[in-house]
Structure formats: C-alpha cells, structure tokens
Design a protein around this ligand. Sequence first.
Ligand SMILES: Nc1ncnc2c1ncn2[C@@H]1O[C@H](COP(=O)(O)OP(=O)(O)O)[C@@H](O)[C@H]1O
Ligand SMILES: [Mg+2]
Length: 320
Amino acid sequence: MSEINDLMWVEKYRPSKMTEFINQESAIKRLKPIIKNSSSMPHLLFTGPPGTGKTTLGIIIAKSILGDNWQDYSILLNASDERGINTIRNRVKTFARYADNREKVPFKMIILDEADEMTNDAQTALRRIMEETSKACRFILIGNYISNIIEPIQSRCASFSFTRIEENELVKHLELICGKEKIIFEKQALLEIFNITNGDLRSAINLLQSCSSLGNIDMKNIERATGHSFKSKVEEILELSLDNDFNMAREKMSALTNIYGLSEKDFLKYMNEAINRNKYKEIKELIEILAKYDYRIITGSNPDIQLTALLAEISNLRKK
Ligand SMILES: Nc1ncnc2c1ncn2[C@@H]1O[C@H](COP(=O)(O)OP(=O)(O)O)[C@@H](O)[C@H]1O
Ligand SMILES: [Mg+2]
C-alpha cells in the first residue's frame, strides 16, 4: 500500500494537517472550535462534490482529536463497499466495545464514507447504531448529496458542505506539486486541467500525474493524457454494462460526456477499440449494437438518449 501511495500523487500530497488543506474556509472556520472542544463534539456530516477534501478532512480531524494513536481509535468504512448494514453494525459494535480508553481519548471515531449511497432502510438502522453507541463513538458521515441523507440523521449531525476547489487555488496547488516533482509546466496547461476537472482536485492531480509521465505539462501532453484516461474510462463503462450495472455505467457515461466533454463520436470509437482489444465472448453482439447506435447518432438522434440506450442494450446481454 505504501509503495502505491508513494507512486500516486493524490496520496503523496494528501494533506495530513489542517494548514495544508486548501479551499473550504467556511467549513474549517466552523470546525476549528468544535475540534478544540472535542469532548462535546457532535456527529459530523460532510457533503459535497468529489475530490474536494471530505475524506481527507475526516482523517485530519480524527488525528487531531485522537492524537498519535488515532489509528487504534478510529475506523474508516466505506458504506458502499461493506456488504449491507449488518456488517456495518457488527464492525461498529465490535469497535465500540474493543480497547479501553488507555490513551484518554474522548471517544472513538467512525468515518463512514459514501453514506449517501445507503438505502433509506440502512440509514434508519445506522441512526439506531449511532444512538446505541453514542457514549463511546462519534461518527463522521461523508457523501456527495445531502438530499440523499435521511432527515433524522441530518438533524443529529453538525452539517458541513464542501465546495468545488476554486480555479486559482487549484492551479496554485498544482504549481506546488510541479515544483516538488521538478516538472516543467505551462500555466495555460494548468488552467486547462482546471477546466477539464471542474474543481475536483483528485481528478486534477491524477491528470497532472498522467500528463507528467508523457513529459512537460503542456497542452499537447494534456490532450494525449486525457485521450488515454478517456479510453480506460470508456472501457470501465463497457465492463460495468456487461456486468449488468446499468445505473453506474450510465452515471459514468454521463459524467464523461457532460462534465469532461468527451464527444459521443469518441465515446463510440473508444468503445469499439475496447471491444476489439478484450475479445469478449459477446463480441459479435457488441459490434452489432455499436454499429446500430453509431448509425443512429450519425443520422442526428439525441446522442445522450442513444448512448444511454446503448448501455441498456449491452446490460441485457448477460441477463438470462
Ligand atoms: N481541500 C483540499 N486541500 C488539499 N488537497 C485536497 C483537498 N481536497 C482534495 N485534495 C486532494 O485530493 C485527494 C482526494 O481528496 P478526498 O479528501 O479523498 O476527496 P473527497 O473525499 O472529497 O472525494 C486528496 O488525497 C488530496 O490530494
Ligand atoms: Mg472521499
């Protein structure tokens, strides 16, 4: 893990202190007194777009409240990875019970990422778990959309909304990384990274890193790097559809075309390449489906609807 972390700039440059954290001034300002007076800290709820520092800040808070042994007294769970609410309940309960407070920590902390992807029933159960363990544990719940968090949980948490990283802060941060990595950059290219990634610092740093593996950070290499990452994203969408995960495939496709600006023509081109490269057993059906939608899009049908229908049709292939 640590080797991967060394290689991945998002991890290498993940802030470990509040002072390294950028943007999000209003959340930080409200959080500081809460952390200072940690014994009366409420549960926290962080929501906002990806790559804006929610998980990072959760970890920083755990560190600053729990001190050197923070890892013994906190756990980071991913609600969408853990199989169901029962697993979460068991892990939280075991954790709440385990280890006495030798280090004099005020409580144990549970950082629950992607909490907004839990079903309403699971969230209702979570609310009960929060109540049952409230003496020993504090939760930091994290998600993209506050509207997906049930009201009874919202009302039990101090809520903080994170905003997309501003252009000048994001560019300054990338300049800092370029300086530390001793890579040559064009300012215009960093601005282009901001435009492509839309204030998502994780994506911006990833793009910076893939671009740097091609040479200097200039417009030409950004174009090459995005082409490259578009290709792997389209391949991922194809595989999600084949695995019958239509909703996730559609969401990623829509992010790629609407947010990252990939054209439908390139989407189909990269999908065609992925199909040929991977030699799926459904290759004949896949090519026929692709040809059908390629034709429909060329003749002027609404590309968004057509690409969604394409994914729906692929999703049905392995359904029996
Ligand atoms: N506000 C921030 N200040 C500094 N770095 C950030 C910030 N937000 C995100 N990052 C960078 O992006 C990466 C992903 O951040 P993360 O906290 O996981 O985002 P989120 O949980 O909001 O999706 C971090 O490892 C860090 O490199
Ligand atoms: Mg996160």
